[in-house]
Write a protein that binds this ligand. Sequence first.
Ligand SMILES: [Zn+2]
Length: 73
Amino acid sequence: MTNSDEYAGDMRWGWTCPRCNADVPVHRDDDSETFRWECPVDDCPSVGFGFTSRRRARIALREYREAYRNIYR
Ligand SMILES: [Zn+2]
């Protein structure tokens, strides 16, 4: 489970949804062997999937958050 690459750089757990600030967990999708993050709030559309690693999913979530801020600032 612990892979040093997964914790490289300044990546931290506990990131939150850019729309509603709910905690967004990253899951492994066993069917496609990719990682996905999905906001747990029912009426919130924030989602990302198809990432090859947990770290990439986190990077994508950060980029999503920054893009969202730029649009709605
Ligand atoms: Zn959300």
